[in-house]
Design a protein around this ligand. Structure first.
Ligand code: TD3
Ligand code: ZN
Length: 283
């Protein structure tokens, strides 16, 4: 069934686990994600980036995900990932998304608060949940100075002010992860996570850029109060490896025989993430 982000994330916060949020942009990825969640009886978030909407079309994604969610016997959220424009966010609300992220992380704090509040006013009036981001993700360099590190990572004081002045439903924080493939092994700032969660026990915390983060770090972050974990790259890699396993070893030209193994490979990856996040059997 289709539910809001707030419904699954408040549950996750109470139950001390994380819900997997997987990026989708075509039918096979969507089917892999929902089949994995069904098999493990897990709530799940299906998220679309602005790029995915451009690629597939807002009407196609809306129709496909809502069909999958309505057929599913587990809670499914249709979420906008990294919404940056008013137009995209309103478009998603009008097309049945049940959760939207407004990413104002590049803005000065006061402006991020102001613009997030504008989105929240509209989204909440429509029964749609809102995720915001504070601090900036990115490739963290080995030789970065502490000052620079602090400037990029989420400040606990600012997080408290942000939540107090917006009432946002969930908050994405920067504690050392980065989007895409990692060059070295990511090291998470668990002290920072613990401080932020201690100050904001009722706010579900979101971790972006979780592909490639060691399993023990993910498990630790989940125990410390991360309630939504974003995965894109690991599913993309599974898709591509699945396709390659057919096209590099045969003359196959039936799209079903090329995309089918890719779909199976993605489902396996999603299932292992759900198990790691502790959301299996929480539906
Ligand atoms: O917001 N996302 C997905 C879009 C990032 C482009 O890959 C994430 O936080 C997931 O990041 P990752 O590192 O798993 O791709
Ligand atoms: Zn992200």
């Amino acid at each position: 069934m289709l539910v809001t982000g707030k419904q699954v994330l408040d549950q996750a916060n109470k139950g001390n686990y994380a819900v997997g949020a997987f990026n989708v942009n075509n039918m096979e990825i969507l089917q892999a994600v929902v089949a994995a969640a069904e098999e493990l009886r897990a709530p799940v978030m299906v998220q679309t980036s602005e790029g995915a909407i451009k690629y597939a079309g807002i009407d196609y994604l809306s129709a496909m995900v809502r069909l999958a969610a309505n057929k599913a016997t587990v809670p499914v959220v249709l979420h906008l990932d990294h919404g940056t424009t008013y137009e995209t966010i309103i478009g998603c609300i009008r097309n049945g998304w049940t959760s939207v992220m407004f990413d104002g992380s590049h803005l000065p704090l006061e402006e991020n608060i102001r613009q997030t509040n504008e989105i929240i006013k509209i989204a909440h009036a429509c029964g749609v949940s809102v995720e915001a981001e504070l601090g900036r993700l990115g490739g963290i360099e080995d030789n970065i100075s502490v000052d620079e590190k602090d400037a990029r990572f989420t400040s606990p004081d600012e997080a408290v002010q942000f939540v107090k002045e917006t009432g946002v439903d969930s908050l994405a924080i920067a504690i050392g992860t980065a989007h895409g493939k990692y060059k070295g092994e990511p090291k998470l700032d668990f002290d920072r996570l613990q401080t932020i969660k201690g100050l904001l026990p009722d706010t579900p915390i979101v971790l972006h850029g979780a592909s490639g983060v060691p399993e023990d770090s993910i498990a630790k972050a989940t125990k410390m109060g991360v309630n939504k974990i974003n995965i894109d790259t690991d599913v993309r890699v599974a898709f591509t490896e699945g396709v390659k396993s057919v096209v590099t070893t045969s003359d196959e030209f039936d799209p079903r025989k090329i995309c089918g193994p890719a779909r199976d490979a993605m489902k396996k990856v999603v299932m292992s993430k759900i198990q790691l996040f502790g959301s299996a059997n929480k539906a």
